[in-house]
Design a protein around this ligand. Structure first.
Ligand code: AMP
Length: 302
């Protein structure tokens, strides 16, 4: 009890929880869009504001994507969204609450096209590696037992080999086109990354605050889950319902609704995986279904 009160003492129960969000770049817009779809549209008091309200329970603070993990670990924000690559590089302890699925990329080792190296472990001792991920790079090569030299850069690592200041690079790769343009070739992967929702450890240890953090997780999760699903409705012949049930699994089987005719038709409703919609429609048509309607789902909470 005493412990709970002292832990909570720092967070006034009523004040909105702070969420540190990237202030620019590819994760920034995607994060705000996700909050909006969860019914938490960012409201800015002024243009270029550093804070915004996200409904009445959360407040966004905008910081560099690289700094989000620091803000959350230090307790300046209870929650944060940033790339899992940056969380790992920060070395700071936070609670990993949810993989948001966007901003997917890999942290890769790349060498100039003409190099004979095929794998990271074949890099000669003393290789100079330009990267803005010095910690992850050092520990990766330490584990491989390859002594390399890190040349820290704050961005644009891909030009370092051409300038003669490095022999290889470690950088984020998404489509691979940046590497190709700079005549670089991947020889290894340090980690795979995507945007994650993270939380402050101490806040998450407080049962009241944790409830509010979990509420946000559930809400964002319902939006992400719904993204990959469609709601499908079709009029089907009552006499073919058994076959229809096999085509439409739904979450707990399709919902069957009476149609106001003489009982020949019923309406079947079900939630279907996005990538199974085409196949499901074809199979329903083969069973004589009519009036097939497919809609997006805003949220899905099982
Ligand atoms: P690409 O040409 O698509 O492979 O993208 C590579 C460039 O985009 C590199 O400069 C990376 O630093 C940057 N990049 C790719 N994916 C991400 C990401 N998820 N987060 C931040 N930067 C990224």
């Amino acid at each position: 009890m005493v412990q709970e009160r002292s832990a909570r003492g720092e967070i006034d129960g009523g004040r909105p929880l702070r969420v540190a969000l990237p202030n620019k770049g590819r994760l920034s817009e995607a994060a705000l869009d996700l909050f909006e779809r969860a019914g938490l549209k960012a409201q800015f008091r002024a243009e270029r504001a550093l804070v915004a309200s996200l409904g009445s329970h959360f407040q966004a603070i905008f910081v560099r994507a690289q700094d989000v993990a620091e803000f959350v670990a230090d307790g300046a924000a209870e929650l944060g969204i940033t790339g899992s690559d940056l969380v790992a590089e920060s070395g700071r302890a936070t609670v990993d609450l949810l993989d948001l699925g966007f901003g997917r990329c890999r942290l890769a080792v790349a060498v100039p096209d003409q190099s004979e190296v095929e794998r990271s472990e074949d890099l000669p001792a003393g290789t100079r590696i330009a990267t803005s991920f010095p910690h992850l790079t050092s520990s990766f090569f330490e584990e491989l037992g390859v002594p390399i030299q890190v040349a820290p850069v704050s961005g644009a690592a891909e030009i370092a080999p051409h300038l003669g200041v490095a022999d290889a690079i470690v950088d984020l790769v998404s489509t691979g086109s940046t590497l190709r343009v700079h005549r670089l070739r991947e020889v290894g992967t340090i980690l795979h990354s995507s945007a994650h929702l993270i939380g402050n450890e101490k806040s998450y240890g407080d049962s009241e605050v944790r409830k509010r953090m979990d509420g946000l997780v559930a809400s964002l999760e319902s939006v992400l889950r719904a993204e990959r699903k469609r709601y499908l409705m079709a009029n089907v012949l009552r006499e073919r319902l058994d076959e229809v049930r096999e085509v439409l699994p739904g979450i707990s089987g399709p919902t069957i609704v009476d149609v106001l005719d003489r009982g020949t038709w019923v309406a079947a409703h079900a939630v279907v995986d996005e990538d199974r919609v085409y196949e499901t429609i074809s199979r329903l048509k083969a069973l004589g279904a009519e009036g097939i309607l497919v809609t997006r789902i805003e949220r899905l909470t099982p």
